[in-house]
Design a protein around this ligand. Structure first.
Ligand code: URA
Length: 234
């Protein structure tokens, strides 16, 4: 089992990799920054939004615009701050003109999200809106039917309490939905108090690793260190 520090270092390495990502040629050309995610690298609570917007693309941090302000207010109402949770998105790059993410972009980007979940080890994941909800549930059911209903789901190698919520930006369009979001938020502490659900058995890990003699390779250049501030990690 990797320690907290090892998981944090591994998360920084994934960020380093994502920073140069060109898997989606259009997004790689139009983005200013890769918005990897921010917050506590060992958070119990993770939020997964849709994709960075203009402000996020400029600042390199998720949820820093109007939707982010609402998210922060609602977090405050349940006694939490941004730096206690981990916030990320389904896509790490801004789609031009804030268009919807394309299915192929979600597919290309999903490995980063699954690695983040594996390394942060949240017990509760709040999906914000349709895109992250559909991706992490692996099912096309929409957020209107699912919001506020928690379920235990295996996401990558981990079982988590998945808790779909309305996207704060969508809620801002419909004031009544801000109240729905607020009510759904109010149940988060209760879900956190339940702790982690029972984890699936990791059969592969129980096999002893075969020892393979590697031929000597020329040393790879060391990657540039990633400063914690760039990650927005605490
Ligand atoms: N909307 C999102 O889904 N993510 C952000 O980071 C900002 C707005």
């Amino acid at each position: 089992m990797p320690s907290k520090d090892e998981r944090r270092e591994a998360l920084k390495a994934v960020f380093h990799e994502a920073r140069g990502c060109v898997k989606c040629p259009q997004l790689a050309q139009t983005r200013h920054t890769v918005v990897f995610g921010a917050g506590n690298a060992d958070a119990d609570l993770m939020f997964v939004g849709e994709a960075p917007g203009r402000n996020e693309d400029e600042q390199g941090l998720p949820f820093v615009g109007q939707a982010g302000k609402l998210l922060e207010t609602l977090l405050g109402e349940i006694g939490l701050t941004r730096d206690e949770v981990f916030i990320t998105n389904t896509l790490k790059c801004r789609p031009p003109g804030n268009r919807d993410p394309h299915p192929v972009e979600i597919e290309r980007c999903q490995a980063y999200l699954f690695r983040q979940i594996e390394l942060v080890e949240p017990t509760v994941i709040c999906t914000l809106g349709n895109f992250s909800t559909k991706l992490l549930r692996g099912d096309p059911t929409g957020i209107t039917r699912l919001h506020g209903r928690e379920e235990v789901r295996v996401v990558g190698p981990r079982a988590v309490r998945l808790y779909p919520l309305f996207h704060p930006a969508a809620a801002l369009y419909t004031p009544a939905n801000v109240e729905v979001l607020r009510r759904d938020f109010a149940r988060i502490p209760e879900l956190l108090a339940l702790g982690a659900p029972e984890q699936p058995r990791r059969l592969v890990e129980e096999e002893p690793e075969p020892v393979i003699e590697e031929p000597a390779l020329a040393a790879e250049p060391e990657p540039e260190p990633v400063a914690a501030a760039q990650l927005g990690l605490f």
